[in-house]
Design a binder for this molecule. Sequence first.
Ligand SMILES: CC(C)(COP(=O)(O)OP(=O)(O)OC[C@H]1O[C@@H](n2cnc3c(N)ncnc32)[C@H](O)[C@@H]1OP(=O)(O)O)[C@@H](O)C(=O)NCCC(=O)NCCS
Length: 156
Amino acid sequence: MTSLNFATTTIALMQPQDLPAVIEIERQSNSHPWTERNFRDAITSGYLSLVAREHGEICAFAIARAVVDEAELLLIAVAPSQRRQGVAALLWIELAQRLQITGATKVFLEVRASNVPARSFYASRGFSQVGVRKNYYPNGVHNGDREHAVQMQVTL
Ligand SMILES: CC(C)(COP(=O)(O)OP(=O)(O)OC[C@H]1O[C@@H](n2cnc3c(N)ncnc32)[C@H](O)[C@@H]1OP(=O)(O)O)[C@@H](O)C(=O)NCCC(=O)NCCS
């Protein structure tokens, strides 16, 4: 189902047949990428999973888990060649609207402390830092040391 069409970008619910393209973007975007099994479990568990297409080709995706009045943004990624063109911002608008409809009033997330682009993106969408989980992630950018998770939250 296409629910939003902004110029040449469309956003739709993720389908099992989208997974090869989604997994390729995930592989290019995350040092510890989700597996195909993780994505399939997310879809079958009813997590809100969206893909963005540019001229019909998948160029980004986002996955969120809603629990009562809160939601967790688990993943958002844009193909490297299509970053800084507003695709993630568009995905976020759609995701936030859909989460609001399900009753969510807040969205939280955790992000690697070293992930400056993602932290900047979240800040640009109104997220603010609410905490730090020390040494949360394995294999940080500095000599394989563990890395802190920055916890961020936004009110919808
Ligand atoms: C984070 C990410 C999803 C942003 O996607 P994007 O489509 O490039 O973001 P947008 O173009 O919608 O950017 C919207 C705003 O976010 C901020 N932003 C995005 N990328 C940024 C960067 N590299 N540096 C600084 N600010 C950035 C800017 O304020 C930007 O607005 P502007 O371009 O008008 O300045 C993308 O960089 C990505 O896929 N990263 C790898 C995966 C990842 O780390 N995901 C998050 C953790 S799960």
